[in-house]
Design a protein. Structure first.
Length: 427
């Protein structure tokens, strides 16, 4: 055999194999490099929430639990356990509203109240899977509500406002100054009315508007603080709000002044409700919430009036008085409402409908109601007592009955004051 032809034959046998090997190596190398480029260009999961459009994908190890967080952060964990965030998806109010056909039974409700739910890809307008048995089954993600991982984990890293060597030794960290901003809270606590057909279609005014009110307050020369300064002082994870009567008492005050006058004879009554130390309108949060002021006159020997704790209806209310106007009063009690109750126009359903006024208190506002009681309508020779009570309503009485609440569950007295007045004493 010709040596040259034999060598050529051998070369023809291994050259294709070499080419295949080189191509394979090249493809693998290129694939690895492309993957690295793609990974490098892949943005981090946003820290801010998206108003319930999607659940969170945390990419956290299965061993990361709230209880584990509590081993190093016992104080924050204990505070969170007693917070409304911990009960966000299991409290009675959410449970009964979520399964209601009117306004409930939507994935976006679950996405905000239990953000770690396993429903990625489920449209926000769809009904949650297994909704009717969800609250009896009590899966862990539902029981957790808005938990440690919801706010502090993204892409398998723990979000922190400062990086420490001790923290890095425990778990990967990601510097996240967003945690201290109003926008972080606003991702859940501010949202619009949503369309039934399209989850990202909003209409009408904002359903919850506390963040925008706060930003307006800052732009108007108010404090440069954030939500966290009041609702998480010194990192407090109890995060109190409208369900905390002590916080309400810090945010509201009540002044009462009643004096007898001789010409014309009668009693001048002045009651002021003051919003203090707040950066948004009161009450804030859900539009279901409102304040009512109840003023009553009685003989000093009579017991205080026992209210029925029912929502005042439009038929019971006196006509609205202009600012500073004195109303002559012959029947009691007098009831004033401070409320935002969006109607068809505000909800974007009927732009031509009448506007429903927002009568809540502005930050720093002192709203005064003045009454005059003619002498011939009372026993002017007996000592009299004027009383004023300020109530906080978590929802209206009609909604409370519809959802199966006892009225005292959703209404409580924030402040109460009374003052004696007698003819000829000035007070």
């Amino acid at each position: 055999m010709n040596p040259d032809s034999a060598g050529a034959r051998h070369r023809s046998e291994w050259v294709p194999g070499l080419v295949i090997l080189l191509v394979t190596v090249g493809v693998i190398t290129a694939g690895v490099r492309i993957q690295r480029v793609l990974e490098a260009s892949k943005p981090s999961t946003p820290i801010l929430f998206d108003h319930g459009l999607t659940p969170l994908t945390l990419r956290a190890p299965s061993t990361w639990t709230n209880q584990q967080c509590g081993t190093c952060h016992p104080r924050a964990f204990e505070q969170w356990q007693g917070s409304r965030h911990a009960a966000a998806a299991t409290n009675k109010k959410f449970r009964v509203e979520c399964i209601e056909p009117i306004g409930g039974r939507r994935q976006w409700c679950i996405n905000c109240h239990a953000p770690t739910n396993p429903s990625a890809g489920h449209l926000p307008t769809q009904e949650p899977v297994g909704l009717d048995s969800l609250f009896s089954d009590q899966p862990r993600w539902l029981v957790n509500g808005v938990d440690c991982l919801t706010c502090h984990v993204r892409d398998g890293k723990v979000l922190a406002t400062r990086i420490t060597s001790k923290g890095e030794a425990a778990h990967p960290l990601r510097l996240s100054p967003e945690l201290e901003t109003a926008e972080f809270c606003g991702g859940c606590h501010q949202f619009a009315f949503k369309s039934d057909q399209y989850g990202d279609e909003f209409h009408g005014q904002l359903q919850q508007v506390s963040m925008e009110e706060f930003l307006d307050f800052r732009r108007g020369g108010g404090s440069e603080q954030n939500c966290q300064n009041c609702h998480m002082p010194a990192g407090d994870h109890l995060m109190p709000g409208g369900y905390n009567n002590e916080m309400l008492k810090q945010s509201l005050d009540l002044d009462l002044d009643a004096r007898w006058q001789d010409q014309p004879g009668g009693i001048n009554v002045s009651i002021s409700v003051i919003a203090q130390g707040v950066g948004h309108r009161l009450p804030g949060g859900e539009h279901f919430r409102f304040l009512s002021l109840h003023t009553n006159l009685r003989n000093a020997d009579d017991p205080p009036r026992q209210y029925t704790l029912a929502e005042p209806t439009a038929e019971q209310l006196p006509p609205p008085a202009a600012a500073g106007q004195v109303q002559e009063v012959t029947d009691w009690p007098r009831i004033q409402i401070m409320r935002r109750n969006p109607g068809p126009r505000e909800r974007g359903r009927s732009p031509g409908a009448d506007a429903v006024p927002d009568t809540r208190l502005f930050p720093g506002e002192r709203r005064t109601f003045r009454y005059f009681v003619p002498a011939n309508t009372v026993d002017a020779d007996s000592p009299l007592v004027i009383s004023a009570e300020l109530w906080y309503h978590k929802m209206g009485d009609l909604d409370a009955r519809r959802f199966g609440f006892e009225t005292p569950e959703v209404i409580h007295t924030v402040l109460r004051k009374e003052q004696a007045v007698r003819r000829g004493t000035g007070r």
